[in-house]
Design a protein around this ligand. Structure first.
Ligand code: ADP
Ligand code: MG
Length: 405
């Protein structure tokens, strides 16, 4: 079966191709693919029932997962099975100089929904640059995706597309997928530096990276966080594959219709109460089992699907020991608490109680200001601890680490 790509979806109706080169590459790849299919047919005809078969492999133009665009910052299909940033191992060569405290916490809810049915063409052509289009094209060409259908959401930092799943050798690809394309324009990511710079899992690499790689790291971070969550049995999208700044995951929804955000979903009061207890459970699991704080948890990043709440959007999630981890957790608790209280769940705890229930801490302050003071004190202790661990580990490895200067 030859898969074809709906290029109008990728290029935008009537949109001019950003470069003739891209178009030429696309056409060439399509041509190569057809050539290979023809070759395969001839190979089969040639070999027939014969016990000895002749392979035409060397004549093929397109190899599975081939990436013709070679550059030194190439990232291969990441291995989604391994999380190299395991919770209890600060990097052995942790460098000094992770800085930053107490800056403003920003959030990011200004997404414009493109419409529920994803038959719409890619409206905002700028959302996806030519390199990204080629990357998406290659995924279809490699057969991982059957087709890419249209935009589900466009936010400041990412664009989400619906896609029909194809197949992979070692993994089931769901019939419906969501593609999260992290925008390669850095502007919106600048104020999120602290999420990643101070995360010991990434800070080592951070300083050496160019903007493109930093964007990829966000995608990578989302992937690893989702995997941790999935392993803990938390309802969240399943990671299918990561290719550079494009994350392919399972689609939460059905028949091209994305599940509604919890803020838009209409729930009976019984369902709302159940949703609350499920969210409470998930926050606790996230904290204790995944060693993560969502850090942007609100009714915008929870979807209501098949009678359950699904957590999404975890690229900014951090470990509780992150210098602002507890502050982020408190903000999450505030959003969750306020949402469910407003939605009429009388059992819903207040934010401070919820914070203690999730973290297992026992902060007694009876007002927000004092509560936050205690949180900051704990963060300081955490930070010192991580710093010391970094140093200790570094001392152990000192002879192995090439000296600077
Ligand atoms: P951001 O908020 O950073 O733009 P999100 O990951 O929250 O990115 O995705 C934006 C929106 O796209 C979500 O609110 C949701 O409506 C939709 N979406 C994201 N991932 C999926 C998914 N796996 N399945 C269905 N819809 C999704
Ligand atoms: Mg979101």
């Amino acid at each position: 079966m030859i898969r074809t790509l709906d290029t109008t979806a990728l290029l935008g109706e009537g949109a001019e191709t950003a470069s003739d080169l891209l178009l030429a590459q696309m056409l060439q790849m399509e041509f190569d693919r057809e050539y290979d299919a023809q070759l395969r047919r001839e190979e089969n005809k040639f070999n027939g029932d014969s016990k000895v078969s002749i392979s035409f492999e060397n004549y093929r133009m397109v190899h599975p997962y081939e990436d013709s665009e070679s550059s030194d910052d190439e990232v291969d299909w990441q291995d989604t099975r391994h999380d190299p940033y395991g919770p209890d191992k600060p990097s052995p060569n942790a460098k000094r100089g992770f800085v930053g405290k107490g800056k403003e916490i920003t959030t990011k809810h200004d997404e414009v929904t493109c419409g529920r049915r994803n038959t719409a063409r890619m409206e905002n052509d700028q959302a996806v640059d030519s390199k990204t289009r080629l990357l998406l094209y290659k995924m279809v060409n490699a057969g991982v995706l059957e087709s890419i259908n249209g935009c589900i959401s466009t936010g400041k930092e990412s664009v989400i597309f619906h896609a029909n799943g194809g197949s992979m050798d070692d993994k089931m690809v769901p019939a419906e997928c969501a593609l999260k394309v992290f925008k390669t324009t850095l502007n919106e990511f600048k104020n999120r530096d602290k999420y990643i710079k101070d995360d010991y899992r990434f800070k080592d690499r951070f300083s050496h990276l160019n903007p493109r790689k930093i964007i990829r790291m966000w995608a990578e971070k989302e992937m690893h966080n989702l995997i941790r969550m999935q392993e803990a049995g938390i309802c969240c999208p399943e990671v299918i594959v990561l290719k550079k700044h494009v994350l392919v995951m399972s689609f939460i929804g059905q028949d091209h219709v994305a599940a509604p955000k919890l803020k838009d979903a209409i729930l009976s009061s019984e369902d709302m109460k159940r949703a609350y207890y499920q969210v409470l459970d998930m926050m606790q699991q996230l904290y204790t089992e995944c060693k993560l704080v969502h850090a942007d948890l609100s009714a915008y990043n929870m979807l209501w699907h098949m009678g359950k709440v699904w957590l999404i959007d975890v690229s900014q999630s951090v470990e509780p020991t992150h210098p602002h981890g507890l502050k982020f957790l408190f903000r999450d608790c505030k959003n969750v608490s306020q949402f469910f209280q407003k939605s009429g769940v009388s059992d819903a705890m207040g934010e401070r109680e919820l914070f203690n229930a999730v973290s297992g801490l026992n902060i007694k302050a009876d007002n927000e200001v004092d509560f936050l003071v205690e949180i900051e004190a704990l963060e300081k202790i955490n930070e010192d601890h991580v710093r010391q661990m970094g140093k200790r580990v570094q001392m152990t490895y000192e002879s192995d680490v090439p000296k600077e200067n």
